[in-house]
Design a protein around this ligand. Sequence first.
Ligand code: GLN
Length: 199
Amino acid sequence: SPVVGVLALQGDVREHLVALATADAVARPVRRPEELAEVDGIVLPGGESTTISKLAVLFGLMEPLRARVREGMPVYGTCAGMILLADKILDPRSGQETVGGIDMIVRRNAFGRQNESFEAAVDVRGVEGDPVEGVFIRAPWVESVGARAEVLAEYDGHIVAVRQENALATSFHPELTGDHRMHALFVDMVRAKLMAGSL
Ligand code: GLN
């Protein structure tokens, strides 16, 4: 089985580890560069993107993460993790860097104060069957994507799921539901990458 890490600096790490294990990956927390070197793919969890970004710099993980994503390591970001995968943040806090990897501009906390958290059915391209139960918590949306990024889902007229080659991002949190099809999709991306590498 592919070994999939979860960046474990802050955020909902445990829920992703469970979801990945359910999707038949060997799931491991990643806090150190040596641990990053051992995984075939990684999840960037939900949480607080500024905090995660600062801790990643502090723990010496930011550059190695960028390098591996550039080299094609599969990566999946949910919510704060989506923000971390954006090449550009519309309204960054000071000191907020991103890993990048998806040619998109994200707006943080985009769904607004009155509606800080909600659930909605989201149709995601590439996920068979019923819509995905989208849990949105102070969620970002994607303002715009570049030519290489593929929009996988929209909600209420806003882009909420994107894929660009090895990188997948959702505004919502599938790890907080019992439905792990998004994680299964990601683990398939990791498996495909491993197969391509062994040819
Ligand atoms: N609003 C948070 C941020 O900007 C993301 C919230 C989440 O991950 N649920 O990082």
